[in-house]
Design a protein around this ligand. Sequence first.
Ligand code: SIN
Length: 497
Amino acid sequence: MSNSKHSLDSLKNPSLLRKQGLINGNWVSASASPSTFDVVNPATLDVLATLPEMNSTDVKLAVDAAHEAFKTWKKTTARSRARMLRKWSDLMLANQEDLALILTLENGKTLTEAKGEVVYGASFLEWFATQAEMTHGETVPSSNPNQRIVTFKQPIGVAACLCPWNFPIAMITRKCGAALAAGCSTVWKPAGETPLSALALAVLAHEAGFPPGTLNVITSLTTVAEVGEELCKNPKVHKLSFTGSTRVGKLLMQQCSSTLKKLSLELGGNSPFIVFDDAKMSTAVEAAIMAKFRNSGQTCVTANRMFVQSGIYDEFAKALTERIKTLKVGSGVDDGVFIGPLTHDRAVDKAVSHIEDAKKHGAQVALGGGPKKDVGKGYFLEPTVLTGMTKEMLITREETFAPVVGLYKFDTEEEVIERANDCDVGLGSFVVTENMARIWRVAEGLEVGMVGVNLGALSACESPFGGVKGSGFGREGGTQGIDEYLSVKAMLMNVVN
Ligand code: SIN
């Protein structure tokens, strides 16, 4: 069971634990209101910390600080920013255990996954350190013999980064690391469920040398709509990056229209996971475990619809169910646990409603099916396998952010591409097959931003992450990630005296 060895009191570097927001290099409470909110451990429901509930007044102060800082930050060299990013990455790795513990306690993911996220998060800083020095413009051949044309890239201004609770470390570094590398100053809005990881990262960023005002952190849970609206409408913010639901993404886009901000939106997914008859069974099962159960099923690219070709459907369903039975459910700090609690208080109810809906429409429950009550007070769900899934069921349309697998039977390649694309979002997808020609055909046919082939995770700092359709636009990571924070300026010169 969890013990004090795994409490916030046991951090080796206690300075990482901050319980205030950060504005212009100062740790501050909410300026206009005494309101606070609790950060809760989703495994035990214990309160971990109480933080200021900041509102639009604090956002204005944070944006003003970022706006002021930008005036000098934009003039720094890419080399000096790259050095700070590398130092920040090194500090993250040196504090890996503490960061992972904070992350596990507030998010629920296992310590093993949390340590992995620290490494993954740090990799974005190293990546963008390199990218900072690669933001070349071009020399453009002019059609006018009297002119020469060159382009160069400049940081866009203050960037607001609205980060989700499912990857509280990696999404900060994937967004804010890119923004800072580009020469933007930043305002971070971590999710109200998981702000402690972001605050710890801010401590390390300052230690790495980022000047006051280049990064500011707003803490908020119930005021999130007001905070978001101010970030969208504030004319001093020129870029907004958001990861979250399609519904909220659309609202933020509307709110940003009055100031025409540059946007990157990484919104909901409904990833198809397609297993063909020729797949290697062990590869298919392990990829499915990773694609569905990583972070307790709470990744934006979680395998929501598992399409299995009819020739191996029964064999795959049996092998996957047996494998899932071996996965231990419990608190993320306990040894051997693979599936932690869900992070959000309403998540178990939502998953159960999806399971009940599928049963009502004829699905069979091969495993699990309800809340898991014997591992603690927290938000635990039994890993669940549903077979006989059909189009009518809610899971087919809506993302089930939980360890629930729905298996759909299909016959042909054409059919499965059509069914996979019959969906209003398109973020991730997975294909398991040994047939090289089929890999190309299916990858080209799927309406998504990413395709995983014979694997179960799409995470790599050097690979562009993002979607199409209702999954939004813009890319994070890859060579594209830094461009989201830059604008291109063209200079046309008369060469005739
Ligand atoms: C996400 O769920 O948005 C991030 C997943 C990842 O980067 O692996």
